[in-house]
Write a new protein. Sequence first.
Length: 410
Amino acid sequence: MTTKVLDSKTIDIIKSTVPVLAEHGPAITSRFYQMMFTNHPELLHIFNHVNQKQGKQQQALANTVYAAAQYIDQLETIFPAVKQIAHKHRSLGVKAEHYPIVGEHLLLAIKDVLGDAATDEIINAWGEAYGVIADVFISVEQEMYNEAATKPGGWEGFREFIITNKVKESDVITSFYLKPKDGGSLSNFQPGQYITVKAIIDREAYTHLRQYSLSDVPGEEYYRISVKREDGKGDIPAGIVSNFLHHQVSEGDTLEITAPAGDFVLQTHENRPVVLLSGGVGQTPMISMLKTLASQQPTRDVTYVHAAINSTYHAFHEEIARITSEHENLNYFVSYESPTAEDQQAKNYQKEGHIDLPWLQSILKNNKADFYFCGPVPFMKAMNQALKEWNVPDERIHFEFFGPKGSLEV
């Protein structure tokens, strides 16, 4: 990764602001989004409004800015994070021309929040540093745009797909089977990747973009996404896009989507045992991984562990049970937080409550495996902590966040 070299004085100024960013980061990024959307409301067609309201996007940006400041003289250190964010940006349609707008308003927000403490020297240094950081993102993203557009079956921007099948998988999860409207071929993807769906909803001023993991094996004539309906609860409003897909979209309708993206992918070049851990709708990328392992690496030991509230929320149970029953080296375990009376009678789960380390140790031979996990943030934090307590090396722990990147450290 080649970047413009900042002089030592600029680097020193940026690094000296790290403690200030750590303290005021969320306030700066909140003010940044407020000003940017006021001056450029067209960007609301790209950004997730719910994440804005809940503060998730602000915190994610603050974390990114903080990391970039901390490693401004060795940006290669944060390249994995840059790559992950760049995948999301490419999938959403963030372009090079958006970066000057972001830079302008980020500097305005720093000045606005810090007041006189943000001297001209500091603002100028941050202006230079932002230019370097932006160039890195633009370069990485341009490569991703080129790759997505030029690979067999690939395309640029949004492409129309027809919903050929809509299947209810549980009380809250429904699958959508998508085929290209133009009849052309499909770009291949890696198990674990996602697509972005553009939702144009009546009486909504802006389009809504949402990223959904591809929940079936690569190589089919369709893409499958499996969407959890987010119902309103307390102060949390119902999910605009998930309810739109569940209630307003039907077979035969058209959706616009971007080409597959994401770096949470199955490492098929390895032959170590694999443990797939999922909570709720976090199983969607895991199903793609499981089915790929069954077809491409049928001798590899795989353990699929899923946590759900109970069987009414549990999607794909029959599909996974069938796949694992056909391969003696594939094992399947289920944990229900609150099993129903029917669940208790049917004994269709192995653990009541949450997945924890003692239970994992009881069902796994050892910790010498590649661990992949995805699900709600509390679930992911618990899995991350359990694996670290079990001394699983970081390079064998793989996870995917739904929404803006956050921290799993408890």
